[in-house]
Design a protein around this ligand. Structure first.
Ligand code: UT7
Length: 319
């Protein structure tokens, strides 16, 4: 049996760290409100000259180094992003070029905060079908550029970053099961309703969100998809060593863990330092858990995420 095995991970955070108190100096908010409602303490913000593909390629280089893999060995590049450098070409082709390689398929996936679940599942399908031997799967976003910095209900929630995974075809276990879902009926709950049209941007180019509705929908669907993927692999929640969730709100993360009957000791939490980095949040948390020694080889990981669309999914992995 061929699995998609994780060879290595990497991540990148822009240098500038902005705390809740920094934001409270500029807008009507407080560290107390942001920490209590979300668990966020700080976020990283990309420099003016940094583009999504720059963050992505830095995370990719670190993942390749951790995997002991040369860029030339990569047969597939997928970048999950909602904030590519430009309308087209894709961030993935830019990453490919910056890595000094060419020829292999490279494309972006846009499923907002669920993007990394979609990208990982797509790469797994390529590997298991023999269409790729080694894949670079990246989640990268610069949400700070699509935030209205005067809208306190959204701007305090997000940050910038990138995370990457090198997958390889292997007889050693890797991705055990994955499940993806989407329901466009909820598109108005979370969106950037802008479009480039005849040389102008029509509609608002900033994130609009119905926070409370998103919160309820996220808890419900993340709990359901976690159950589903665990059952698909014929596992039980007790066999999960680590939940590596999308990092949007600590209360959503706690509710999902509680639903599975797992304590917060078994959850990788980075929302305090990263805030919501959209498609980057799960691979950033995964890389952080691996590098700080919490996640060890052979352990079972439950990755899960949800975002605008709505789109959501979960992946169960033996690391
Ligand atoms: O990746 C998926 C994307 N997003 C999410 O997962 C986010 C899901 N939703 C949430 O995390 C939460 O709904 C929020 C953190 C966004 C909001 O928390 P909440 O407990 O649902 O607060 P709320 O929206 O009901 O607002 C409560 C109050 C309001 O004031 P009033 O009307 O009660 O006087 C807001 O105006 O908090 C006020 N408020 C703020 N106060 C200080 C909203 N934003 C802020 C702020 N600072 N930044």
């Amino acid at each position: 049996m061929i699995y998609s095995h994780i060879l290595g991970t990497g991540s990148y955070l822009p240098a500038q760290r902005v705390t809740n108190n920094d934001l409270a100096e500029r807008i009507d908010t407080s560290d107390e409100w942001i920490s209590t409602r979300t668990g966020i303490k700080a976020r990283h913000i990309a420099a003016e000259n940094e583009k999504t593909s720059d963050l992505a390629v830095e995370a990719a280089r670190r993942a390749l180094a951790a995997a002991g893999t040369d860029a030339e060995e990569i047969g597939l590049i997928i970048v999950a992003t909602t904030t590519p450098d430009m309308q087209f070409p894709s961030a993935a082709t830019m990453v490919q070029h910056k890595l000094g390689i060419n020829g292999c398929p490279a494309f972006d996936i846009q499923a907002v905060c669920a993007g990394f679940m979609y990208a990982l599942t797509t790469a797994d399908a390529y590997i298991r079908s023999g269409m790729a031997n080694k894949a670079l799967v990246i989640g990268a976003d610069i949400f700070s550029r699509i935030l209205d910095w005067n809208d306190r209900s959204t701007c305090v929630l997000f940050g910038d970053g990138a995370g990457a995974v090198v997958l390889s075809a292997s007889e050693q276990p890797g991705i055990l099961a994955s499940r993806l879902h989407a329901d466009g009926a909820h598109l108005d709950l979370l969106k950037v309703p802008a479009q480039m049209e005849n040389g102008r941007i029509s509609g608002s180019p900033f994130v609009k969100m119905d926070g409370q509705a998103v919160f309820k929908f996220a808890v419900k669907q993340l709990s359901a998809v976690a159950d589903e993927v665990i059952q698909a692999a014929s596992y039980t929640p007790e066999q999960v060593d680590w939940i590596v969730p999308h990092q949007a709100n600590r209360r959503i993360i706690e509710a999902t863990a509680k639903h599975l009957g797992l304590s917060m000791e078994k959850v990788i939490v980075t929302v305090d330092e990263h805030a919501n980095t959209s498609a980057a949040s799960i691979p950033l948390a995964l890389d952080s858990g691996i590098r700080n020694g919490k996640i060890r080889r052979g352990q079972t990981l439950l990755l899960e995420g949800i975002g605008g669309g709505f789109a959501w999914g979960a992946v169960l992995i033996q690391y």
